[in-house]
Ligand binder design. Structure first.
Ligand code: SAM
Length: 281
């Protein structure tokens, strides 16, 4: 068997994943793209040598980056996804009956084409949902030019390398703030709390300069090695996050089947161990 070696971004750490069957290997206009079968993880997508998503554990990441902001909002109708070319985030957003429209802006049409063809267990029918508008463009360009306003924005980007780098700047978050409705909420991934130590505090510092309410939450995602993987939830025009009973009411009303997310997991994911809290102070 051949092996895929992931040199983890920002860390002297490597993980090897067996390539039981190569599905696609190539370079788009923006990044190296690798898609392969692994007997333990199912299909694996890697961009510029970094694991983006796997069929086996994608549900953890996509449920947590989507349902935490969606259930934190009282009535999310209009949603924007930046990145998310594998379609996993869009698939989760579209499960919410309140959603009237989702705009998904990914810079790389090739990732979307491959997801439609080979990652149906992740995107399912998301790309065929008539509420979805798919735009192949740089997320920065879109947010600087759109007249649309959104209730929830999900930044499902890769790490701050390659084309994803621009999605980590203060200017970008100021632009996101400007296109949020008054009770708007944003979520974004901010890397491994253990091995990509700077990604979270740097992003959190920027968020605090732009948004009045910012909170970090975590989930353990097996193929994003290093224990807790982090996310930041930011709010505009809101003073505090909904309590557990409100989350439970919204979750039960939405009637969404999940494998990781529950209102209790939602609340618990914001309880941070001291080593993470210290990074944020
Ligand atoms: N779940 C992954 C993670 O946590 O690293 C990210 C998933 S998704 C595959 C990342 C997507 O971001 C890719 O499809 C890539 O094409 C897209 N992307 C990278 N830079 C972008 C940019 N500047 N604007 C829009 N999409 C971008």
């Amino acid at each position: 068997m051949k092996w895929f070696k992931e040199d983890l971004y920002g860390a002297a750490i490597t993980q090897w994943l067996g390539v039981d069957k190569l599905i696609y290997k190539g370079r788009s206009k923006y990044q190296n793209i690798l898609l392969f079968e692994n007997n333990s993880l199912g299909r694996v997508l890697a961009l510029d040598g970094i694991v983006q998503t796997t069929e086996k554990d994608e549900f953890i990441y996509h449920e947590m980056i989507v349902h935490v902001p969606m259930f934190s909002h009282p009535d999310p109708k209009k949603v924007l996804i930046i990145g998310g070319g594998d379609g996993g985030a869009a698939e989760e957003v579209l499960k919410h009956p309140s959603v009237e429209s989702v705009v998904m802006v990914d810079i790389d049409g090739k990732v979307i084409e491959l997801a439609k063809k080979y990652l149906r267990k992740i995107c399912r029918r998301a790309f065929e949902d008539n509420r979805l508008t798919l735009i192949v463009d740089d997320g920065v360009k879109y947010v600087n030019n759109t007249d649309e306003r959104f209730d929830v924005i999900i930044v499902d980007s890769p790490d701050p390398i390659g084309p994803g780098k621009v999605l980590f700047t203060k200017k970008f978050y100021q632009s996101l703030y400007n296109i949020l409705n008054k009770r708007g909420i944003i979520s974004r991934q901010t890397g491994s709390t253990f091995f990509q130590g700077n990604e979270l505090p740097q992003a959190y510092r920027i968020f605090k300069q732009v948004f009045p309410l910012n909170s970090v939450y975590v989930a353990a995602i097996p193929t994003y090695i290093g224990g807790f993987f982090s996310f930041v939830l930011s709010g505009k025009g809101i003073k505090s996050w909904p309590n557990l009973s409100v989350l439970k009411r919204r979750f039960s009303k939405a009637g969404i089947k999940t494998d990781y997310y529950t209102p209790d997991v939602h609340k618990a994911s914001f309880v941070l161990p001291p080593y993470i809290q210290r990074r944020l102070s």
